[in-house]
Design a binder for this molecule. Sequence first.
Ligand SMILES: [Zn+2]
Length: 386
Amino acid sequence: MIPAPYGGKLVNGYVDTAHADSWKEEFEETTVLNSPVDCVYDADKIACGAYSPLQGFMNESEYSSVIGNSRLPGGLPWTMPIVFLPLGNQEQKLNSLKPGDTAGIRGLDGEPFALVKVEEKYVIDKGEFAQKVYGTKDPAHPNVADLAGTGETAVAGRVTCVGKLRVPSGDYELTPTQTRKYFERMGWRNVAAYQARNPPHTAHEYIQRLSLEREDVDALMIQPVVGKLKKGDYKTEVIMRAYARFVENYYPKDTVLLSSLSIAMRYAGPKAVLFYAIVRRNYGCSHYIVGRDQAGVGSYYDPYACHRIFDEFDVGVKPLRYRESFYCKVCGWMASSKVCPHPQSEHVNTSQTRIRSLLAEGKPLPPEILRPEVADVLRQGEVIND
Ligand SMILES: [Zn+2]
């Protein structure tokens, strides 16, 4: 069944057309805070309901409860703080801001985008934030590195917007209301979410197909996390183009929806994975596919901790957990250690590192690793963000 939104009701932070003009007037007079792009994306996801039941940026008691107990104050599991931490040079403006005031956030294009009705301001210990959420204070960790640019004063409060954020993935970005309507129209009751952050290779395809073959799954929603890029990431348009070519060539039209999720990627291992599963429930998904070391980076997390977190917390989404998969030359097929008895020397490595080094050396990308349509996309021009 299409699950109810997390917490029971889909949050709607969009003001209706009758109030759009007064919203715009209010924005003209408000204190605009320069914000990391992470917060711009989060404001968009609060407003569209992807972060239901959150109606705004977290207050201090919500923040403490989440980093201390991995739950919202009411007891609902929630592992990722959603806090509005403006950039470090905004302290003067923040000092003048009082509860009851509004703060403005501009969109990626500089246009008025979101209003935050200030409920409270509080100071965050960024070292504690990093340690509790990412399990490290190492500045080499990408999300920890980003914290260096923000201030320490968080602004809590309800978010309103006049419309969707304009994002690099364009029409692929759908709201939970839109995906839920689409699922209903297609007659899909059980949809498995597939989280991605790279163009698809054969090991991704293998676990997507295994999930789609299940009797209790009607369809897949493939939803790459795009938008904010770090150095060395594939460009958003490359990921979406590669997935579009892949989906149109290898899946029936009535079993897969490709959409994007424009937020800052959280590399927090298990905590990030539980958060991503909650978000996909809000988009209407009943199942969530978890491979090895999802949302991991470097060697900060146990690669299977992202499987075990679902034993600890029930967020109303069924996890579909898969071991690492590979192409086996003896089996002549995609496989994992659960179904293939052959030594590692017979396995073809499908990792992104391998794909990138083949690309950089101008060598062919073998079909055991990539579908030719995907390989074509990756060979066209500059595909990596630098
Ligand atoms: Zn084998």
